[in-house]
Design a protein around this ligand. Structure first.
Ligand code: ADE
Length: 239
């Protein structure tokens, strides 16, 4: 998968892709992330990419042309399945969207917003999907773009050492993940639950599911409600 990120502060994206799992994905040629400086596509001598908003009140807005020029150049080289704009008024990112992007996209463009956003006409003409990472406003879309790219790249086949580990992530089955433990068996008076030392695989799976359910009911009643709707048989056993 190739991800092209367009930003007016590209330095913010220097580091997230050069470490750990994302670096390994890149080294194994499973993913490529390219960051493009929007200012290079300004069509004026001062490299300006923003201007005052029409109407009163609002601040600076990124102009349509630099974005159009950059995306057009990229599209000359290859097809893109999605052109995503990171914005707090987009659809809220979740594991389902990450799964969808990792399965169905070969090439993705992610455009990072800044200031008061981008000219609406770009959103209407070029953007295929608008994503928010949550109900709060960041100073720009770069960190949000890195979050989306991370969540998508780690799902690509071969990226995680143990292929099953993404399947047991929180949210993959609609529940939060259960607690995990490692050595030592006893730490500050607290023991690892006996069941995990029993070697009894199916009993351990049952315990993990129960813990996932308890955690989801307690911490995320909204997720639990959705899980019950998707699994009516569970509701019966709970009543
Ligand atoms: N840009 C600023 N805030 C954002 C958010 N919450 N999600 C995505 N992009 C953003």
């Amino acid at each position: 998968m190739r991800i092209d990120i367009i930003s007016c502060v590209p330095k913010l994206l220097d580091s997230p892709f050069s470490h750990s799992i994302l670096q390994r994905a890149n080294n194994k040629a499973l993913s490529e992330v390219h960051v493009h400086d929007l200012r290079k596509y300004a069509n004026n001598k001062h490299n300006r990419i923003d201007d005052y908003a029409y109407g009163h009140g609002a601040g600076m807005v990124i102009m349509a042309d630099p974005i159009f020029n950059c995306i057009n150049d990229l599209k000359k080289e290859r097809d893109y399945q999605e052109v995503i704009y990171m914005t707090p008024d987009g659809e809220v990112f979740n594991q389902q969207i990450a799964n969808h992007l990792s399965i169905s996209c070969e090439n993705i463009i992610i455009l990072c917003g800044h200031y008061k956003g981008i000219d609406q006409r770009v959103r209407d003409e070029i953007i295929t999907r608008e994503i928010s990472i949550g109900d709060y406003v960041l100073s720009g879309g770069e960190l949000a773009a890195a979050i989306v790219a991370d969540a998508v790249i780690r799902l690509l086949p071969g990226v995680l050492g143990d292929e099953t580990s993404a399947l047991t992530d929180s949210f993959q089955d609609g529940l939060l993940a259960p607690p995990v433990y490692t050595r030592p068996k006893e730490w500050k008076g607290q023991e690892v639950p006996d069941i995990l030392l029993s070697g009894h695989e199916s009993k351990i799976d049952e315990w993990r599911l129960e813990e996932s359910v308890k955690r989801t009911q307690k911490r995320r009643p909204d997720l639990w409600d959705s899980y019950l709707k998707a699994h009516p048989e569970v509701k019966e056993t709970k009543q």
